[in-house]
Design a protein around this ligand. Structure first.
Ligand code: ATP
Ligand code: MG
Length: 404
């Protein structure tokens, strides 16, 4: 595509993918498929060269491209780049343009007083080595913009030159999400409440390549329609990273009522969690998910002591992944803020677990005792019916438009 002011080019850096030996082809294929799918309808062109991808597009979709790059697992970084002919004059000129653009940009470039040039050369036929490129481009920028100074140790801005099949010049290197492309590690079923933790758990597993289905349990009319909408919103936000989330919404009122009627109050939360896991596992099998994912964190609340976690998982055989198990709330909250789920998670609608939660819950449940209570409840039919009659909501990632 010829360079014109109305056209933009983005450079994408691949990270961990490059370490994956024989698997690399499959990972890269998934990454390209995901990027193309997320950019569908924007008329962009994705070109892969060794170790770098380029996206060519017109300026009017740049916002959508940047949104996509900020939500794409499998890249370590990205930058909006200019490119030029492979001559040292053209490279110096482009570096000067980039430096002017930096100074003009009140955002990333605001307050730029010092800079350095970094250069990389995969085309060894280029007449200057990396050091020579840095020196020549640095001098050109200093001569054109005397207000700028070079600082090789702690510069305010770095202008990077990459000599490949063309010369690429960019500042404003942005961090990518890293991780592995979604879809390379099978599908997991996330137990998604309206809280802060579970969306983060889903995000972390998606970052290891997992596609995400989610199951949410509600106790309508004891829980509100707003509580359900809130979970749909959280799933949609998560879906921006995971190429969508299929959300299974399961009415658990009858199961909860049975527990409330027949179980000792101190045990209700543990027994409810056991029932949720059982229902989730049957949905997971039906949807070809290979594991369950929960937002449990050791000792965060009474139901998450190691003994109670043992009880919770005692009715299931599928692996249960708990990526937050060793994290504190502050670290989880930071991730929730970063990924955009936090502001929805703190909306004040009640989760079904809270409704029937006992004043004095069992802290260290014995798994045999838990099983005995659980069996006495004869929940099998109720759980089966709840799973069968679930609603499904496709919380798909945005297509052409940005989310509001
Ligand atoms: P979060 O629900 O996000 O963890 P929380 O800390 O308020 O916030 P917990 O009581 O800690 O919730 O629940 C532990 C885990 O159990 C959740 O992370 C989630 O995976 C699962 N869970 C709890 N309630 C529900 C629900 N109503 N539907 C689906 N999963 C749930
Ligand atoms: Mg929690």
């Amino acid at each position: 595509m010829p360079y014109s002011p109305a056209a933009v080019t983005y450079l994408l850096k691949l990270g961990e993918l490059t370490l994956k030996g024989e698997n690399r082809g499959g990972f890269e294929q998934a990454l390209r498929r995901n990027a193309r799918s997320m950019l569908k309808g924007t008329g962009t062109q994705l070109v892969a060269t060794d170790g770098r991808y380029f996206i060519h597009a017109s300026e009017n979709v740049s916002e959508k491209i940047e949104f996509t790059l900020n939500h794409l697992f499998g890249i370590t970084g990205w930058a909006r780049t200019r490119f030029c002919e492979k001559t040292i004059d053209a490279v110096c000129k482009a570096c000067v343009e980039e430096a002017h653009a930096l100074l003009a940009d009140g955002g990333a470039g605001g307050g730029v007083k010092t800079f350095k040039v970094e250069a990389r050369r995969t085309d060894k036929s280029f007449p200057l080595e990396s050091y020579g490129i840095m020196a020549a481009a640095g001098e050109a920028v200093l001569a054109a913009i005397p207000a700028l100074k070079v600082d090789v140790h702690k510069p305010d801005a770095v202008i990077t030159v990459e000599i490949r099949e063309k010369a690429y010049i960019y500042a404003g290197n942005r961090k990518g999400l890293r991780g592995l492309p979604v879809g390379t590690a099978g599908r997991g079923l996330l137990l998604l409440s309206g809280g802060i933790d579970s969306p983060v758990a889903g995000f972390l597993m998606a970052g290891r390549g997992m596609s995400i289905d989610a199951a949410h349990f509600h106790a309508y009319p004891y829980t509100s329609k707003e509580a359900r909408d809130k979970v749909v919103r959280i799933a949609k936000t998560l879906g921006h990273y995971t190429l969508g989330v299929r959300l299974h919404i399961v009415g658990f009122t009858n199961v909860q009522m049975r527990i409330k009627e027949k179980a000792p109050p101190a045990w209700t939360t543990i027994l409810l969690r056991m029932a949720m896991m059982e229902a989730a596992e049957s949905i997971a099998r039906e949807e070809r998910c290979k594991c369950l994912i929960s937002g449990e964190s050791l000792s965060q609340v009474a139901s998450q002591t190691i003994e109670n976690i043992r009880c919770t998982e005692s009715r299931t055989t599928m692996p249960i992944l708990r990526p937050l198990i060793g994290m504190d709330k502050e670290s989880v909250t930071r991730i929730a803020e970063k990924i955009g789920t936090y502001k929805t998670s703190i909306l004040p609608y009640e989760d079904c677990c809270v409704l029937f939660s006992p004043k004095h819950p069992t802290l260290r449940g014995d798994v045999e005792e838990a099983s005995a209570y659980y069996e006495r409840l004869e929940l099998g039919d109720l759980i089966e019916k709840a799973a069968r009659e679930r609603d499904e909501e496709n919380c798909s990632f945005v297509g052409r438009r940005l989310p509001s």
